[in-house]
Design a protein around this ligand. Sequence first.
Ligand SMILES: NC(=O)c1ccc[n+]([C@@H]2O[C@H](COP(=O)([O-])OP(=O)(O)OC[C@H]3O[C@@H](n4cnc5c(N)ncnc54)[C@H](OP(=O)(O)O)[C@@H]3O)[C@@H](O)[C@H]2O)c1
Length: 284
Amino acid sequence: MSIVVTGATGHLGRHVVEQLLEKVPADRITAVVRDEAKAADLAARGVRLAVADYNAPETFDSVFAAGDKVLLISGNEFDKGRPAQHQVVIDAAKAAGVALLAYTSAPGALSAALADDHRTTEQALLASGLPYTLLRNGWYHENYTENLAPVLEHDAVVAAAGEGRVSSASRADYAAAAVAVLTGEGHENKTYELGGDEAWSLAEYAAELSRQTGREIAYNSVSTEVLTGILTGAGLPGPFAAILAGVDASIEKGELVVSSGDLSRLAGRPTTPLSEAITAALKA
Ligand SMILES: NC(=O)c1ccc[n+]([C@@H]2O[C@H](COP(=O)([O-])OP(=O)(O)OC[C@H]3O[C@@H](n4cnc5c(N)ncnc54)[C@H](OP(=O)(O)O)[C@@H]3O)[C@@H](O)[C@H]2O)c1
């Protein structure tokens, strides 16, 4: 029986594999990657590699075996039809008879267009009859802390989230929840709503940035139309800019506040505070 992780060379996948290595022998872990060279370090540590692409169903033919526990990390090719890509993995897992297929989804309350692919994939997974776990990941701290350059350049956080709050957590926190599910028992056919222990507003984010940098960083609350224009002006493709602005509209409506406590419960510890993630990002 292997623990198989797709998207293993992505940001979240790397955290998952690292945390798995602390709990299980390396030869029980299979990292599914598109580019073997990107995972050479993992292979050197004894992790098994499988090369497969969501766009090529045949590449998944021999990736899974009966009894495996699989983490399907949702793809990032928004323009290529992610539900069909995820279906490829579900079909291969079903054909092999895996013991569990866990999927990194989005909060159940999220109405933004971004969530459509996740809802479709959840339905496909339930229809497959496979034992499943829905890891409905909330927003990452890193969505903000990896994008500090324009904030520090203009001394302004620009967003279309109004006074809405978001309970983000670090990728490492979401990885810990996934690892708990993959290495623990009793997670079959469960849905976890995952988010950070604390919810914060964009104004509070700007205030924390001001405190840590010693500068006056303002929160400029704009409309989704204005934000879409700013993002396209910065070079983002129009449809992607609209998707991101749509997430801010969801934050304003409170759809990214997750108060289930599932994340810290599964991780077995409190989630990473946003202030800590900011400190780390400012040092980097
Ligand atoms: N909750 C949030 O705040 C949030 C934010 C952004 C994204 N997400 C979702 O969560 C996922 C994981 O987050 P992340 O930060 O780890 O994203 P990421 O770093 O972009 O990783 C995406 C992973 O998916 C793999 N992938 C993409 N297309 C593939 C294909 N056709 N076949 C096989 N593998 C493919 C990538 O492979 P390569 O390594 O070869 O590129 C990569 O490993 C994202 O893909 C996205 O669906 C969530």
